[in-house]
Design a binder for this molecule. Structure first.
Ligand code: PBG
Length: 344
């Protein structure tokens, strides 16, 4: 039976809330929202990953990462200069290795004249004040697309670590500031630290990809460095299971004990809980990688007009700060730095 009109009116009469707390008071104006804001994103939080290719004057679009390009070394230098002018503290390099140079052991990773080493030397010369980080892993160089040596379908741990140490020394010799092992082999951080120290590279830092998950969000990156088609099987015997959280704590503890100067959680947005746990537990410099698939998701939606790309970019990056990250590797670094500089 429908309610009588009078009963309905009586029930809907405004309730006297008697509130002493009104959280909206602090949100009433922009000046107030700024005053009470707990976390902010600044240019100091950014590391910019760049893709390197052979050639000169070459800027090649990456289909699955609209707005991101593969750059020849001379173009890398131009972008490094832009990064420095925008106040970005550090950049990082990933090579697209010519297919003819890929082999089962990733031997191009040990070539002192490979793309990464040339990019490091060129940027160090042109923009010495800019921090340079380089990835250590075999996947950009192997014909099978794995981060380590493959034998009878298995990834060999200790034999791979020996190569990663050599790769680190070559990058350190070229002038890199931060070695970032992204391979997830056991014991590689300790072995690399010993190798660097023995060779006199005591001040080269190690940022460990400590909690790196076997993620679907790396797809566009593998497209960018040309390993997607080549990859045999998956990386689940070395990258972490997305269902795990305690295991991330164990991985981070090991990497710190082995000598890591900072640690990274990767991917970013789907793993904000891991960033928070790591920061609370260890209180060491903690970084997040907003990976290629996260970038592609935002860009795809923005380019379809389904969301405001600029706002989604800033909001997603701020989320890392709120979760406890000290900084973020992001393909948005230059775009967001220029926006921050303009005071937006
Ligand atoms: C590989 C490596 C990957 C990324 C950085 N280093 C991909 C992978 O593990 O297959 C991914 C970065 C991104 O998706 O943006 N050593």
């Amino acid at each position: 039976r429908p309610l009588a009109v009078e009963t309905a009116q009586e029930a809907a009469r405004p309730v006297a809330l008697g509130l002493t707390q009104r959280p909206r008071r602090n949100r009433k104006a922009e000046w107030s929202r700024r005053l009470v804001r707990e976390h902010t994103l600044t240019v100091d939080d950014l590391i910019w990953p760049l893709f390197v290719i052979e050639g000169s004057g070459r800027r090649e679009p990456i289909a699955s990462m609209p707005g991101v390009e593969r750059l020849s070394v001379d173009e890398i230098v131009r972008d490094a200069e832009k990064a420095a002018r925008a106040g970005i503290p550090a950049i990082s390099f990933f090579p697209y290795t010519e297919p003819g140079l890929r082999d089962p052991t990733g031997s191009e990773s040990l070539n002192r004249e490979n793309l990464v080493c040339r990019a490091v030397r060129a940027v160090k010369k042109a923009v010495p004040e800019l921090g340079i980080m380089t990835d250590v892993a075999l996947d950009p160089y192997t014909s099978h697309g794995h981060d380590g040596l493959l034998e009878d379908g298995a990834i060999l741990n200790d034999e791979t670590v020996a190569l990663l140490v050599e790769q680190s020394l070559i990058q350190a010799e070229a002038g890199t500031d931060i070695i970032a092992p992204s391979d997830m082999m056991d014991g590689r951080v300790g072995a690399i630290r010993v190798g660097l120290d023995r060779a006199g590279f005591r001040d080269v830092q190690i940022m460990a990809y400590a909690a790196k998950y076997a993620s679907a969000f790396y797809g566009p990156f593998r497209d960018a460095i040309g390993t997607q088609a080549a990859l045999v099987g998956d990386k689940r015997t070395y990258q972490m299971d997305p269902g795990n959280s305690d295991e991330a704590i164990r991985e981070v503890a090991l990497d710190i004990a082995e000598g890591a100067d900072s640690v990274m959680v990767k991917p970013g947005l789907p793993y904000l809980d891991i960033i928070r746990r790591v920061k609370d537990e260890f209180a060491v410099p903690t970084f997040a990688y907003q990976v290629s698939g996260e970038y592609a998701m935002i860009e795809a939606a923005a380019r379809n007009g389904w969301l405001d790309g600029e706002r989604a970019m800033v909001e997603s990056l701020l989320a890392f700060k709120r979760a406890g990250a000290d900084g973020v590797l992001t393909y948005y670094a230059l775009r967001v730095a220029e926006r921050l500089r303009a005071g937006a």
